[in-house]
Ligand binder design. Structure first.
Ligand code: IPE
Length: 270
């Protein structure tokens, strides 16, 4: 089974404090990933991680997502790329420490965007890594853009592009929330399933992130995942909390249904 798993920036960093990784959480997540790979030898993993208080704070300061033109903005582009890579080193080391055979690829080295959309990315190294049963790691990064000069790409953007070359059975998005809420910020009622049929009903309540988030928060994530679901019927996406010990292991090894929000193209028969 091919699974894409994102460790969200809110989960692996302290979003209220600049460039602060949550090292104990990272160690636990890495151990769960190692344990899942051991118990499911058929599991082929593409991992991704967000940027949290590394990239988002810098990217907000320079407005990098909207475009990069002036020397000061290019300096910002370089700084955002540097902090995103710094967090990537920390995540890679935590995974290696837990015994996960991981190789990391710097997304901005091969991605080209057109007005915020990825139009090119070298995918063969990723296919080779999966073939060799090693874990491939990507992350939200800066990228050159034909229209904007430069921009920011999220892990979800990369997953969507990659899904065309390497179709996953599941996309797992681990954050600090229990799922997608129907009443955020007033309450925490988790929507069990979102499909293209019922999505419109919820969109008002889903809302944006409270910490700096240049890639748009939960509403953007849901709409990106609905786009992927429409493109690949049968694909299941799970938005769930990685804070609960055992959730990552379970999402990688068991049928999805007991926690989080499942996003699919249409309602599956019950
Ligand atoms: C954001 O990537 C990338 C940068 C700001 C450099 P993501 O959108 O995947 O990250 P999180 O999960 O929101 O932190």
């Amino acid at each position: 089974m091919i699974c894409y798993l994102k460790l969200g920036g809110s989960l692996i960093t302290d979003k209220s404090s600049p460039q602060t990784p949550r090292l104990a959480v990272l160690a636990r997540l890495a151990a769960e990933i190692a344990q899942a790979s051991k118990s499911r030898p058929d599991l082929r993993l593409v991992l991704g991680h967000g940027s949290g208080s590394f990239g988002h704070i810098e990217a907000t300061k320079y407005g990098t997502r909207a475009g990069v033109r002036t020397p000061a903005e290019w300096r910002g582009y370089a700084e955002v790329g540097a902090v995103a890579a710094r967090l990537n080193r920390i995540v890679t080391d935590a995974l290696l420490q837990a015994g996960v055979p991981v190789v990391t690829f710097q997304p901005s080295a091969s991605i080209l965007c057109n007005d915020g959309k990825i139009v090119e990315m070298v995918v063969e190294p990723i296919l080779r890594a999966v073939e060799a049963s090693i874990v491939h790691l990507v992350y939200g990064d800066v990228a050159f853009d034909r229209v904007r000069g430069g921009t920011i790409i999220s892990t979800e953007d990369i997953f969507r592009f990659l899904a065309r070359a390497l179709r996953p059975a599941r996309i797992l998005l681990a954050g600090i929330e229990d799922g997608v809420y129907s009443d955020w910020p007033a309450g925490h009622t988790v929507i069990p399933a979102i499909t293209s049929e019922n999505a419109a009903r919820y969109f008002q309540g889903i809302g944006e992130s409270h910490a700096p988030d240049v890639t748009g928060g939960m509403a953007a994530k849901v709409s990106e995942m609905l786009g992927i679901a429409a493109e690949f019927p049968g694909l299941e996406t799970l938005v769930f909390s990685g804070e609960v010990p055992g959730n990552i292991f379970s999402a990688l090894t068991r049928p999805l249904s007991s926690f989080g929000t499942i996003i699919t193209s249409h309602q599956s028969p019950v």
